[in-house]
Design a protein around this ligand. Structure first.
Ligand SMILES: Cc1ncc(COP(=O)(O)O)c(C=O)c1O
Length: 430
């Protein structure tokens, strides 16, 4: 059945052309070989401008804390980057930013601060968390003598229902850690509903959100969500590897944490800052504003939100093409020998552009190699990896091929993927 729900409108041809012009290695890999890169959940296609601006700024030897003219220029670049981060997070200016090298580092830092400083006897998380947050919760629950409670996912949606999380919360819960979009099933958690359900049971509970996979696909609204921390990693959202950012609410920012003695209580940055990474982030925000097409002078947050909405709508059109197909191509849902997991729910419950597949005639690892021979890059998530085991098994799966296109792809490329999948599905292993 074709999908007709609103919010699945592809870009106009002019926007599509603009978008495709901004990305590096979109049609060919760095060695010139034609390929379709549908592995964006592992690290996304990159905006040329984001890397180039960061490189330009990283050539400056100056430190942004110095008083001379060029140093002040760097300080302004950092200020703009911080303002852009706040606008992207939808954060309150009384909150704080935690820059780290990876989102995993940030999770361990934030979970530790709550576990060590907020009264309570238990911490609640979910079975579909990435190891960065799950293992941080397990580690600091153990070190602080708290009980770790783990909400199980709904195997039909691939996500965790707010009630399953709230069911584990009581007046002694200090922390709830929840993923915004599953990096394996693609299910989107209804964060406002989770926050309401858990705070109905315990108004003081701290809620932290891993938005690493959600950030390239949807609008974050930290203040409206009333959460205490949200983490993102620019390398999953069109930027460079090597840095991550986490927004902290005012009350979380004031918890005791590692910092040099001279830094203010709400400062989470330790050591010298790197203006180049802020320049790269501002370039990503400039791009989102351009995609949104709002009038010059529109408030920065409104421009960013408009860009994300346009991206989300185009991505939903790609998702529907993949699952339901077109007049010319059978969709994954009806393709013999192919199983697209959580497909029915993809259309009735929110789902990002991440599609888990299995095959009757091939293992997932074998399918991934077959795709590569056809010029398509995807990735297998298997239960033999610590990064996937708990998540897959909680969903009743042993392995999947994860298919993760990006908004810079066209509906024609989605059809091309369907053609490749028919070939992959038809051949037996060996
Ligand atoms: C959902 C999710 N959270 C956190 C991370 C960790 O990010 P990083 O590699 O920056 O530590 C990842 C990385 O794959 C992820 O997919």
């Amino acid at each position: 059945m074709p999908l007709t729900a609103p919010g699945a409108t592809p870009f106009t041809p002019a926007t599509m052309q603009f978008v495709r012009g901004q990305f590096a290695y979109l049609e060919r890999d760095p060695h010139g070989t034609r390929r379709l890169f549908f592995e964006n959940s592992g690290g996304s296609l990159r905006l040329r401008e984001a890397s180039e601006r960061a490189l330009e700024i990283s050539h400056y030897p100056d430190g942004s804390s110095r008083p001379h003219k060029v140093a002040r220029e760097l300080a302004r670049i950092q200020d703009q980057g911080e303002a852009d981060l706040l606008a992207f997070f939808g954060g309150d200016s009384s909150g704080a930013l935690l820059p780290t090298a990876t989102a995993s580092q940030a999770m361990f830092t934030v979970v530790r601060a709550v576990a060590e400083n907020v009264a309570g006897t238990n911490i609640v998380t979910t079975a579909i968390e990435h190891p960065s947050s799950y293992d941080a919760c397990a580690r600091y629950a153990h070190r602080t003598g708290r009980e770790l409670r783990v909400a199980q996912p709904d195997r039909t949606t691939g996500g965790v229902a707010p009630g399953a999380i709230a069911g584990l919360v009581d007046s002694s819960t200090s922390l709830v850690s929840v993923i915004a979009t599953s990096n394996i099933s693609g299910a989107i958690t209804d964060i406002p509903a989770v926050v309401k359900a858990v705070r109905d049971k315990n108004p003081d509970v701290h809620v932290i959100v891993d938005a690493v996979q959600y950030a390239p696909h949807g609008v974050i609204d930290a203040e409206a969500w009333e959460v205490d921390a949200v983490s993102i990693a620019p390398y999953k959202m069109f930027g460079d590897r090597g840095h991550a950012f986490t927004y902290l609410s005012n009350r979380l920012a004031r918890l005791d944490h590692d910092r040099v003695a001279g830094a203010g209580v709400g400062t989470w940055e330790t050591g010298s800052s790197a203006p180049a990474v802020f320049a790269g982030f501002t370039a990503i925000m400039d791009y989102l504003v351009a995609v949104g097409g709002t009038a010059v002078g529109t408030d920065r947050r409104a421009g960013i939100v408009a860009g994300m909405h346009a991206i989300q709508s185009h991505e939903q059109a790609i998702l529907r093409t993949l699952i339901d197909g077109t007049e010319q191509r059978t969709g994954l849902r009806d393709m013999p020998g192919v199983h697209v997991h959580f497909a029915d729910q993809a259309m009735s419950s929110p789902r990002d552009l991440i599609v888990p597949l299995t095959f009757d005639l091939r293992s997932c690892a074998d399918a991934v190699r077959a795709y590569e021979e056809l010029g398509v890059i995807v990735y297998e998530r298997v239960a033999t990896s610590h990064y996937s085991e708990r998540i897959l098994r909680s969903l009743g799966l042993e392995e999947v091929v994860r298919v993760s296109p990006l908004h810079c792809h066209t509906l024609e490329e989605a059809e091309h993927f369907l053609t490749a999948t028919e070939k992959v599905a038809q051949h037996a292993t060996g």
